[in-house]
Design a protein around this ligand. Sequence first.
Ligand code: SAM
Length: 240
Amino acid sequence: MSDSDHAALMDGVYRYQRYIYDLTRKYYLFGRDRLIAQMKPAPASLIVEIGCGTARNLIRMAKRYPGVALYGLDASAAMLETARARMAAAGFADRIRLAHGYAENLSPATFGLESGFDHAVFSYSLSMIPDWKQALEAASRSLKPGGRIHIVDFADLAAWPGPLRAALRRWLSLFHVEPHRELLEVLAAASEKTQQYQLLGGRYAVLWRGPADAILGAMAIVARQSQRADKSPSGAVAAP
Ligand SMILES: C[S@@+](CC[C@H](N)C(=O)[O-])C[C@H]1O[C@@H](n2cnc3c(N)ncnc32)[C@H](O)[C@@H]1O
């Protein structure tokens, strides 16, 4: 799918949803406020949210961390229109800068910046971004040395009864949301040193924070493991 097709798809998903988005997602996008509370950025930090949607999280960050500079990127022009209205209503139109673009192509130049961000946030966006690995690589390249990535997203619902799990997956797929099993493996592998991996609500959601290097290293490890499993005669990998 081309970038412009994906943007049109996202606009299609959110054309009407955006008006009720914050109200309806309040109860099922768990962990977003916990992610924000755990960030604790230094004053004057630069924070980018990738797939910022209605700017719900950016507005909360602006309230909680008055000294930081905030940036939001989204592929849906419709969502950004709602974000602008929400920011203006909350009095933060000047504190937050938005850009229309693709996570996979993020760079500081997207916002006219010469140096990188201190923090990159993915809140329930990796499960909608077609090339989530490329998005994590682009975010890592866009950070200053020592910069940190913060992720909250759907996990594998492994502790949920099968029929409920299947029903939720079917419902999410209506919105083109695809929880990535491999992302969970990457985050678990990336947590061996940082210990910043939390599973919430019967493995409904995963919360992770840590240095960008840890994610890139873990992606390489998981890719090698799956190549080995593919090559091994008995090592069939279960379909996601
Ligand atoms: C489920 S919403 C989450 C919004 C917000 N982060 C939150 O927590 O409320 C996912 C957002 O990711 C955006 N998105 C999907 N694919 C994207 C891409 N490739 N690049 C940038 N944004 C993308 C969608 O347009 C949507 O606004």
